[in-house]
Design a protein. Structure first.
Ligand code: NAD
Length: 419
């Protein structure tokens, strides 16, 4: 195993070869990483991807963990990261995990404890904070130009054509068909936390059902989108909106301070930023200015990576954290907090917006209170299965919707579990 501080490439294995391919491609010399193994239960796809990278392949996670490597990147199913992260940490590996870090409170508790016990690096792979615009907004916010954040909005709405959406959600029980509308909140929330350096302390949520032509013709049993309100530890209020409302694909951030406003200039968060200050707050500065920032460093590498450069920065920060032994900014506590917002907002949405307190996952007393909270909406989850995937409850898709979905899954060569 490569020692902390060593200049040897960090040898990385990736679990999941869908999204996982971005991490595989990013495990490059430029960040001091080397891809050495891939793991996926989808054997045909694994074989193809393994061939492209020329590395060892495994269909069994335990066998994969026996490979001689330093770190594991988790890009398996959305709702199954925590148990795999804990197994990898216990086996002595550094771990970077895709969202969600945890999908129950008990998993959040167990994950924080496992990271502390292992002494290994854990990073939550949120890539949206690292676009050039979001890094610049953090810099401007820290300069004090817009004062203290009072209110902020984050939006990640992934409008999608339904046959395409089904093609990335193979099998009736696939997480994308079941995921409650609040759970994928980290793309909207993480940049706001990063810009303002705040943590959520109270949460509520409301979920929205799409009643138009789309809903009856799909295997998706979850709602279209949600709004989450967070009270932050600074007293500010953040509003988080997403996730798959058909209107428009949009990623947007805005922070209102007591001296001005900063936000993404258009509906595309990879573009420019806008700073606004009222005339009476001018202090010699222009009232309004917009520009397209570059990254403070490594722009040439970030420009070639996906998600507004974020896919470069996650690997970069993970590698640096491993080498230095210092926790990354997106450490286990921030990762678990962001994902717990999604869980609590769902509890709240099912109670039509009742507010709920966020546990402080750094405190063992708070962890003790939630260590057995397995409340879970997933069909195959470890919880008691009491949480429905929609505010309408659970409605099995009709025969026509299932037939359409199965047609799409057959076309992409999916041979796994269907219902
Ligand atoms: N940050 C981003 O921009 C971004 C973008 C896309 C996806 N994601 C996240 O990445 C993760 C993966 O997304 P995806 O679109 O590839 O999902 P997916 O469901 O299409 O793929 C998951 C892969 O993991 C494999 N897998 C599942 N369980 C396994 C196991 N026990 N052992 C071995 N392999 C297993 C599956 O066969 C599949 O190939 C999700 O958590 C998703 O939220 C993040």
């Amino acid at each position: 195993m490569a020692k902390r501080g060593s200049n040897k490439p960090i040898r990385v294995g990736v679990l999941g070869v869908g999204r996982g391919q971005s991490f595989a491609a990013g495990a490059s010399e430029a960040v001091g990483m080397k891809l050495v193994a891939l793991c996926d239960t989808w054997a045909d796809r694994l074989k193809q991807v393994g061939k492209r990278y020329g590395v060892a392949t495994y269909t069994d996670f335990d066998k994969f963990l026996e490979h001689d490597m330093d770190a594991v990147i988790l890009a398996n199913y959305f709702h199954q990261h925590a148990p795999f992260a804990i197994r990898a940490l216990n086996a002595g590996f550094h771990v970077m995990s895709e969202t969600a870090a945890n999908t129950t409170l008990a998993e959040g508790v167990a994950l924080c404890r496992a990271v502390e016990k292992s002494g290994k690096t854990y990073m939550f792979a949120e890539n949206y904070p690292f676009s050039a615009a979001n890094q610049e907004m953090r810099k401007v916010y820290r300069s004090g130009e817009i004062g203290n954040a009072i209110y902020a909005e984050g939006e990640y709405n992934h409008a999608a054509e339904e046959d395409w959406r089904l093609s990335i959600s193979p099998g009736f029980n696939h997480w994308r068909n079941w995921m409650p509308s609040t759970y994928y909140c980290s793309h909207a929330l993480a940049p706001l936390m990063y810009i303002t350096d705040t943590m959520p302390v109270k949460v509520n949520g409301l979920s929205m059902v799409e009643t138009g032509s789309k809903s009856p013709n799909t295997a998706r049993v979850a709602d279209a989108g949600s709004v989450i309100l967070c009270r932050m530890d600074s007293g500010a209020v953040f509003r988080i909106m997403g996730i798959m409302i058909s209107s428009e694909h949009r990623v947007r951030y805005e922070v209102h301070g007591d001296k001005g406003l900063i936000g993404t200039a258009t509906g595309n968060a990879w573009g420019g930023i806008r700073i606004h200050r009222e005339e009476w707050l001018r202090e010699g500065k222009p009232v309004e200015r917009s520009y397209s920032p570059d990254w403070p460093e490594h722009g040439d590498l970030a420009r070639r990576a996906g998600h507004g450069g974020g896919d470069f920065w996650t690997n970069f920060h993970f590698a640096n954290a491993i080498r230095s032994g210092k926790p990354p900014y997106l450490d286990v506590y921030r990762g678990v907090a962001m994902c717990t917002v999604g869980i609590l907002a769902w509890k709240s949405a099912l109670a039509d917006g009742a507010p709920l307190d966020m546990p402080d996952f750094k405190k063992e007393s708070a962890r003790k209170a939630h260590e057995n909270d397995h409340w879970s909406p997933w069909p195959d989850g470890s919880g008691d299965g009491t949480a429905p995937p929609s505010i309408r409850g659970y409605e099995k898709p009709n025969a026509k919707a299932l037939a359409r979905s199965r047609g799409v899954w057959k076309r992409i060569g999916y041979k796994g579990k269907d219902v």
